[in-house]
Design a protein around this ligand. Structure first.
Ligand code: BGC
Length: 768
């Protein structure tokens, strides 16, 4: 009998050969097509390894921080801060990474940390790199020292998709520079309830504008086909309809008809899938009685079946678990795993249990291995396309040249300037600073980082220009007096109001910066994720502050900072100048000062209606004809400021629209043209908007819907022609039988400077 040494010696050449073969494995050959590499790798993977690709965990630094925060406390099952795993240490996660049991991490906040994790992944049997995801919602702002761009509500206010694509491209480079490859952006939820704290992270209330901006974001992050080490996978979220929660609170249930889903909430997803978005995220909420994470109709039939989505779908934070412990649909956690994977979910964000559960379910025949393969294949495809097999590590020296570089900050400034909406101006702006000698700047948001918005962690002071600093830069420091009202927008402080008014008496101009606090790392936050409100009024004594300053007779400019529309009725009626700054980002202070001084002529328009009262919600411009058949007894039915509205320092004249033909067949297109003229004294940019209404239809249609827009820059006296094309899809809708079609009849085509009738001129188009 051969002894074991001899056996080993005889086997040695074969082991060597197998090793050599492993080196030459097709999947490691960058010259092979991605499909071949994925197929080759999957052939080598065990069921366990494939399921592991579906598993995501939070990064070590995030774990350490949450652990420290929750030290000794019992974390409730519905507590959202499950950023650590009581049963797993960071070392356990590193070991699991080496064992190939983790496919992805999220919230890895430095390049060093990302490289460290990849080093462990490279020790695994098949050396599959990790896909690292982060919420880079408006810049990679969960990391420190980065460029922070305006939040999406401000980006949408620019009505400038090229700009949104450009800043998303830059943000992608900053994401890769910190070792991440995947962003949970864009949020293409159509925001129809401003009480919802996440409004600022959306592109507003209009399905068309949301679609255009969502697509621009995806293109910026992914490029054409998401191939290369400078690309980032995008994620359209959250499937679906959580942006009009029944009571305004995040994750509350939604009951929505299929018609409203298809007309309002689904179009941005359809557009995102057509633009090649590689990932989707399911929503926290239930839809019509089914938790979105278990909604097979939505994930499998509509997204994959109808729209042809072939990337992967990730769960949202703890929502697989919540099918069991919140929604009470799955009696066990394992059943929750089964329902979600069966419904079409591909990756579990985040934590233990899922992997073991899914493996058992496949072995028991309750899930098919083909369902695991579907998920694994798409996740691996992303890793190959993003170049991770060749380059799992990030070059930290190169990163320094990318993050917060001059090009990026210049675009952040441009974006901020284009996102700030001038709501009211009674001959006060633009301001000639040389005429004022004692400018009072005050208010809770005047000198802090609230301008950075949600999805931001602490940024270095020197990389943020606060509003006070911006005003000081433009006006000259010696002319500006700052009264520190305190940062807490909720505070009730009659004494501070009084003190501010005393200072206003000595001033010749006052700039009062009020609004909300979106900073997730502060206890005083009032908007952002999970920070929903009952009312849209200014909190604390902010309105009193404005009233007291204004009562002194000093010319007063009010600036609103925050991610949601606020019902500032008194301010709108009384102060001479009101500016909606949203959350303008790192260079927000400079941008605002440039607008106030007239160095930049404001051009932004509201992507969302500003209600007069939260009781008016649902307050949308694209409502059905009967929405205000009866009026409110105790107030107006109109918004305080309408969708599409925003002032400039010049005046524009937009002519009545002219059609290339007044009658078309239902499969034909037609051209619409208008002349836009700058009739004022300064150069400016108008956002020309085209709305359409189907006058008679088998099912009710909104009174108008945005169908196209164009930014037009004009010198004083200059005019330009703007052309829009009305294609059949701009006239189509779901008829009474839910067939998507263009019905014959008359359509009103309205073109102008806002969604208000007084700003629109119209022409009729007949479809035969
Ligand atoms: C949010 C997602 C986000 C995820 C990861 C969740 O709470 O709903 O939008 O991508 O956290 O941070």
């Amino acid at each position: 009998m051969l002894n074991k040494y001899l056996m080993l010696a005889l086997a040695f050449p074969f082991i060597m050969e197998a090793g050599a073969k492993e080196k030459e494995a097709l999947y490691k050959d960058a010259k092979q097509p991605v499909e071949t590499r994925v197929a080759d790798l999957m052939k080598r993977m065990t069921l366990e390894e494939k399921v592991a690709q579906m598993c995501q965990y939070v990064g070590p630094q995030h774990i350490r921080e949450t652990q420290a925060k929750f030290k000794g406390q019992k974390v409730g099952k519905n507590d959202d801060a499950h950023g650590f795993y009581p049963t797993l240490s960071v070392n356990d996660l590193l070991r699991m990474t080496e064992e190939g049991k983790i496919g992805s991490f999220l919230h890895v906040v430095t390049g060093e940390e990302a490289n460290e994790l990849q080093k462990h992944a490279m020790k695994s049997r098949l050396q599959i790199p990790l896909l690292i995801g982060i919420d880079a919602i408006h810049g990679n702002a969960l990391c420190s020292g980065v460029t922070v761009y305006p939040t999406p509500i401000g980006q949408a206010s620019s009505f400038d998709p090229e700009l949104v694509e450009k800043i998303s491209r830059q943000a992608a480079l900053e994401v890769r520079a910190t070792g991440a490859h995947w962003t949970f952006t864009p949020n293409v939820d159509v925001a129809r309830d401003a009480r919802w704290g996440r409004t600022g992270e959306t592109f507003g209330e209009d399905p068309y504008l949301v679609s255009v901006m969502g697509v621009a974001t995806i293109k910026g992050y992914q490029g054409d086909d998401m191939t290369g080490t400078d690309k980032v996978a995008a994620c359209a979220k959250h499937l679906i309809a959580g942006s009009e929660p029944s009571n305004g609170t995040n994750a509350a249930p939604m009951d929505v008809s299929e018609r409203t889903l298809r007309e309002v909430y689904l179009p941005p997803y359809k557009a995102a899938v057509e633009a090649g978005v590689f990932t989707l995220m399911a929503a926290h909420n239930e839809l019509n009685g089914v938790p979105c994470h278990a909604d097979k109709w939505m994930m499998t039939y509509i997204m994959r079946g109808e729209y042809g989505f072939d990337g992967f779908i990730v769960s949202d934070w703890m929502d697989v678990e919540r099918i069991h412990d919140l929604h009470h649909v799955a009696p066990t956690m394992k059943e929750a795993y089964r329902e979600t994977v069966d419904a079409g979910l591909d990756m579990h964000m985040h934590g233990p249990g899922f992997m073991e559960g899914v493996i058992e379910l496949v072995k028991e025949g309750k899930l098919q291995e083909s369902q695991v393969d579907r998920a694994c294949k798409a996740i691996l495809e992303a890793k190959f396309r993003l170049g991770l097999f060749e380059n799992p590590f990030v070059d930290l020296k190169e990163s320094k040249k990318v993050i917060y570089n001059g090009q990026h900050t210049a675009s952040a400034l441009e974006a901020a300037e284009k996102s700030i909406v001038l709501l009211k101006n009674e001959n006060l702006l633009p301001l000639d600073f040389s005429k004022y000698n004692n400018i009072l700047v005050t208010g809770p948001n005047a000198n802090n980082h609230t301008i950075l918005g949600d999805w931001t962690l602490q940024q270095p002071e020197e990389k943020v220009v606060t509003i006070l600093e911006g005003i000081q830069e433009v006006a000259g420091k010696n002319k500006v007096t700052y009264y520190n009202y305190g940062d807490d927008v909720r505070q009730n402080s009659p004494e501070k109001v009084k003190a501010a008014a005393e200072m206003a008496k000595k001033s010749d101009l006052a700039i009062v910066v009020v609004g909300e606090n979106p900073l997730r790392y502060q206890k005083t936050k009032t908007c952002g994720e999970n920070i929903d409100r009952m009312s849209l009024d200014l909190l604390g004594t902010q309105e009193e502050l404005v009233k007291a300053v204004h009562a002194t007779g000093v010319p007063t400019i009010v600036v609103l900072v925050g991610g949601r529309p606020l019902s500032v009725n008194w301010i709108a009626a009384n102060v001479p100048a009101l500016i909606q700054a949203w959350e303008p980002g790192s260079l927000g202070g400079t941008a605002l000062a440039n607008i106030i001084s007239g160095k930049v002529n404001p051009s932004a328009k509201l992507p969302i209606s500003i209600p007069r009262h939260s009781g008016q919600i649902q307050m949308i411009y694209n409502h059905k004809p009967s929405q205000y058949f009866h009026k409110y007894k105790d107030g107006a039915s109109t918004p305080l400021y309408a969708f599409g509205y925003g002032l400039s320092y010049t005046k524009f004249d937009i002519s009545a629209p002219v059609l290339s033909r007044n009658k078309i067949a239902n499969n034909e297109s037609v051209n619409v043209s208008v002349q836009v003229k700058n009739t004022g004294n300064v150069e400016g940019t108008e956002v020309v908007q085209m709305y359409i209404r189907d006058l008679y239809s088998s099912a009710t249609r909104p009174i108008k819907e945005l169908k196209d827009f164009a930014r037009v820059s004009l010198k004083p006296g200059e005019s330009k022609t703007v052309n829009f094309t009305i294609t059949p899809d701009k006239l189509a809708f779901f008829n009474r039988e839910m067939q998507y079609m263009v019905e014959s009849g008359v359509f009103e085509v309205m073109v102008g400077s806002s969604s208000m009738n007084k700003d629109l001129k119209k022409v009729e188009l007949e479809v035969m």
